[in-house]
Structures are given as structure tokens and as C-alpha cells.
Design a protein. Structure first.
Length: 319
């Protein structure tokens, strides 16, 4: 996925609306990425490829062997991402809930070799560093002894973690992380995929960004953002993807033939209200709206931030 995150703006298809937008790294494998970055790439229809396309090499010095650099694979994906859920990484109960709901969660933490107990495959550290490592939480043991770590944490209990450093590392590729380990990111990520990767033929979008910009909500503030598209062929709008904050009230509206300067002009075709229970990036099903080739339409999202004064409202745009 890191190739798709860090080469998002390097597409060669002239019909690609995100061509030239987003990261254009010369050495994509050495830059790294976050689980959320990978999620945004997957939402854009990029990545989630078979490992056979880009075999993994364990040695840190062997990035040059990661030879995958094929633009023909840029628009092929083995799975279609539907939703991305955020869980509180510092809440044991919330992370357990996420694992139960999704089978696994991603987590970022600072990896310090000195704090890894090789004989017991355990890890505990209180250092928080922006240079983090992403792993997958797959289970837990509330009674895991705190004495099993290099440095003794305050409490028993640990997460069962799947690493990405081959099955010769740790305990067949897994290790135990103390509940008390300080996380580099305050949230874990769970994902949901469609059963059918061909549920959509196309994704209309303008940003190749691997991250997003936005605004902090303040009492009484209403935020709106929109995109205007021109249908290149006869097509049916089936869903809308965006970042949503828990308990905020959103309205998603679709207009036909708006003016170029005013996305809320034209004919209102549909309007949907949505109040998410959990912050995340979600695909909202819409009534199937038919457009003919050349039709212009806008998708407008408005959020009332009155009850969410401390939350950050992301808007997917880069430059």
C-alpha cells in the first residue's frame, strides 16, 4: 500500500482526475505511511494488491528489491473498501470492541529494539515518537503477566499483535504488547470491505491526497464542502464517501446542473441526513441517481458542529 500512498500523483492516465495531485515520491518505499493513509488510498480505488505483485523483503537495506513500479496496476484493486472506523487506542475496552467487530485493528507505536524481549516475544515502552511502526492487533489476554517484559509495566494484560517482519521474527511473526505501552497515534483503525470488489465501476474524485485538511468545529458553526462533476458517460450515482465525526449532524445533497460557481444551485435531486455513531470514513448509499453523458452534478455535504466543539472536521482536498 505504501507505493499507492506515496505515488498517488504519478499516474499516467490523462483521464485520471487526480493526475498530478498528491504525493509523487521518487523513493516511495522509504517514506512510510500510516494506516489512515493506506485507507484513503484504498477508498480512492488504489492498492490492496496481491503480495505477488511486490514481494516483501525483510532486510531493511533491500528496499531496492521492491521492484513494483507498474502504473498499469495503479487502477486495479483486489478489494473495495467500504468503511474505515476509528477506535480509541488508549481505551482497552474500545479496542477490544473494535477487534470483536472487525477481527483486527491497526495500531501505530514507537518500536524500540531495546524494549523487545526476544525470548518471550513481548514489548513495552512509554516512549512516544512520531517515527512509528504500524502493526495489527488480533487478540488480547487480560492476565498476561507484566513480569514478561524487559521493563515491568504497571499492570498485567497485553495485546496479541501481528507484525509485518516475516514469520521468522518474534513468535512466528507475532508478539505481545503491554496494554500500558504508549501509542504513537491516539486511534486504531478497523475496516470493512465490500463482498464484491466490482460494486462500483468508477469513483469520481479530484484529490490524490494521502491525508486530508479541515477545520476545528466551534459552537454554532456550520461547515459545507462540495465537488462538481461532469458525467463522462451515462452513469448512476450510488454512494458518497467522506470523513464523518461521531454525533455530528450531516446532510448530503445532490444537485443537477449547478452553476460552476455555486454547487447548491440547480435542481435538488436528493438529500440525506446522517448522524454517525463513531468517527470514521464511510460510504453512504444514496438513491440511485441517473445521469447522462455531459450532465453536471454536485455533491454537497453540510455539518452542524454545535455539539462537537473539540473535534476536527476533515475535508478531503489537497492543494
Amino acid at each position: 500500500m505504501v507505493w499507492f500512498v506515496n505515488r498517488a500523483g504519478c499516474g499516467t492516465d490523462e483521464n485520471d482526475t487526480v493526475k498530478g495531485d498528491g504525493r509523487q515520491a521518487d523513493s516511495p518505499y522509504t517514506m512510510g505511511a500510516t494506516p489512515e493513509n493506506a485507507g484513503y488510498a484504498a477508498f480512492a480505488g488504489r492498492g490492496v494488491e496481491k503480495e505477488s505483485y511486490a514481494p516483501f523483503y525483510n532486510a531493511k537495506a533491500n528496499f531496492d528489491k521492491m521492484s513494483f513500479d507498474d502504473d498499469e496496476q495503479r487502477y486495479i484493486t483486489e478489494y473495495r473498501l467500504k468503511n474505515m472506523y476509528f477506535y480509541n487506542a488508549n481505551s482497552v475496552s474500545d479496542v477490544k470492541k473494535g477487534i470483536m467487530e472487525h477481527g483486527a485493528l491497526t495500531l501505530s507505536y514507537y518500536s524500540d529494539d531495546a524494549q523487545f524481549n526476544k525470548s518471550k516475544a513481548t514489548y513495552y515502552s512509554t516512549e512516544k515518537n512520531s517515527s512509528a511502526h504500524a502493526v495489527t492487533l488480533v487478540g488480547w489476554d487480560d492476565d498476561f503477566p507484566k513480569e514478561n517484559f524487559v521493563t515491568t509495566p504497571p499492570n498485567d494484560g497485553a495485546w496479541l499483535v501481528k507484525n509485518s517482519w516475516n514469520n521468522t521474527w518474534g513468535d512466528n511473526g507475532y508478539f505481545w504488547m503491554s496494554y500500558d505501552t504508549l501509542k504513537s497515534d491516539d486511534r486504531c483503525v478497523g475496516v470493512e470491505y465490500y463482498d464484491n470488489k466490482d460494486v462500483y465501476d468508477n469513483i469520481r474524485q479530484y484529490t490524490g491526497a494521502a491525508a486530508a485538511s479541515g477545520y476545528y468545529g466551534s459552537n454554532g458553526l456550520s461547515l459545507s464542502w462540495a465537488n462538481i462533476f461532469t458525467a463522462p458517460n451515462d452513469e448512476t450515482l450510488k454512494g458518497v464517501i467522506s470523513y464523518f465525526v461521531a454525533d455530528a449532524t450531516y446532510s448530503i445533497s445532490v444537485y443537477k446542473e449547478p452553476s460552476a460557481a455555486n454547487p447548491v444551485s440547480g435542481t435538488l435531486l436528493a438529500k440525506k441526513l446522517y448522524i454517525p455513531e463513531r468517527t470514521g470514513v464511510y460510504t453512504l448509499d444514496m438513491d440511485e441517481l441517473q445521469f447522462e453523458k455531459g450532465d453536471r452534478y454536485s455533491v454537497v455535504i453540510t455539518v452542524d458542529t454545535s455539539n462537537n466543539t473539540g473535534d476536527f472536521f476533515y475535508i478531503f482536498e489537497n492543494n
